[in-house]
Ligand binder design. Sequence first.
Ligand SMILES: [Zn+2]
Ligand SMILES: [Zn+2]
Ligand SMILES: [Zn+2]
Ligand SMILES: [Zn+2]
Ligand SMILES: [Zn+2]
Ligand SMILES: [Zn+2]
Length: 212
Amino acid sequence: AMWRCPACRICEICAGEDNWEQMLVCDECDRGFHTYCLTPPLKAVPDGGWRCSECVQCLSCGAKAPGPKASDRWRRDFRMCAPCWGLYEAGNYCPICVKVFKDSDHSIEMVQCDSCDKWVHTLCGAVDSVTYNRMKTEDDFGWDCPRCRGEMDYDSDDEVVEKFPLPDARRVIDRQLALEEYCYAHVADLLGLIRVLEAPGRPRHPASGAAP
Ligand SMILES: [Zn+2]
Ligand SMILES: [Zn+2]
Ligand SMILES: [Zn+2]
Ligand SMILES: [Zn+2]
Ligand SMILES: [Zn+2]
Ligand SMILES: [Zn+2]
């Protein structure tokens, strides 16, 4: 896996650099892939984020596959598997770490936020055991999650995945031509200088014997 700058990005599968509009860029490793070179091929460029098969992984359960069924697809910018997405859609996720949970799972310590009504891991909400026990026993014990307290930098629900945009193809070619022209001009200058320096009869520096 090697990183390539946007200008020399190629499809890792067919090594082609054409059809940029069909080239996907992995949010994780920045490598390029044609939609039609993938197995299975993608019908269109996804609206949100995308991750290649090497980098894709469910942020909740760690799965490397989108799900047990052939029809299962990656969700949430290719960061959540289909089974976890089902729970996420039902609201069964901790708003801090975005990991999902089943209603039947009582082995994890979670507390409910009074503002957003979401269940939050005690660890994610920084709830110590004393507070946790009070919350379990005292009905009127109020608690707001870190997100509702405004302690999080961004809203992880609407996390914007910033992608490295590909420059316009015409602009890259123009730049390349300009650079070539610039180099040709320099080479011409250098050749001219060499011709002058190597010209017969040119006076040498008396001390070193070399041209100044
Ligand atoms: Zn480059
Ligand atoms: Zn390709
Ligand atoms: Zn990748
Ligand atoms: Zn998952
Ligand atoms: Zn959590
Ligand atoms: Zn909350």
